[in-house]
Design a protein. Sequence first.
Length: 366
Amino acid sequence: MSVPQRPVRVNYFIDRLSRAGTETQLLALIHSLDRSVVEPSLTLLSGNDDESRSLEPTDCPVKRLGLTSLKRPAELARASRKLLRFWRRQAVDVVQTYFLDSTYLGVPLARLAGVKRVIRVRNNVGHWLTPKHRGLGRVIGRIADVTLTNSQPGLHALHVAERGNRNKLAVLENGVDLDRFAHVPPLARRGGIVTVGAVGNLRPVKGIDVLIRAAARLPDVRFLVAGEGDQRSELQSMIDALGLAHRFALVGQVNNMPAFLAGVDIAVLPSRAEGMSNALLEFMAAGRPVVATRVGGNAQILEEGKHGLLVPADDAEALADGIEQFMRDERFAYHMAETARRHVEEHYGRKAMRLRFEHFYRRLCA
């Protein structure tokens, strides 16, 4: 008589929770996991702020370490003891870390504690890493059993930057909550002004400045950008200087993305670099025609001319031309929107993501 296989106990370790892409994907994974296959727990390096606490899952154990800096030895020692006790209490099989500080503490500590498998996650392509962090990344990559990323370009960037064993790298793609976007109305025939929408943190890598320059080439088109960041004042000054304030709005953080996209005719992703874009998946799930830059994992998700349009990064003219192509040909825009929605439903739903992770943990711990 066979003995039932017990669930794999995975502790996810991240700095804090927010509504940004990585954190949203992690919370979705925790909520979706089949508890008969994987038993999750969550550790937060800091996590004492109101936003992070409000987002904590109620369906798994959560431990806040309250650590504000790795450079304070006494605080670091206290946090490490808390973390070790939590891991022992949860009898974890796998520790999976996100972001730099949680990784620098979690990976070596988990290895010293004898945790069965140690995973690092790095979902960006590392364009912003300093030489110091690249060097530390190479060390961490050797200590961890596996480094996960969510796109083939991310895997390539890791392999080039860290010169590690390619067999210790793996790609597990993101998923999108299809139910959230199921009730977004299909693209309608436009009767008035066209609305172009973008979603992203207001940082140079997201290319919102390129979108502003493209907007200057497209009179009588309204632009909405959802997101916050350090570049807000600089971008607003650029909007004002180009005389676009009456039709280009930085609307701030948006918590109801389906409602935002319901008011958009054309969705744009003008990034200079991407791993696997959550925003792009959401645009497609909402059934909106998409113009995206040909960077990172965008071409992996969106096939040019089949699910949308790809344009070069940092090219305002090409971005404007892509938007204008959808404006000129509504039938083409509708077709791209529908094929994009079907593509995401088939390949990038949350169920598909959950099964990818569950199968990965089973194989890793076998």
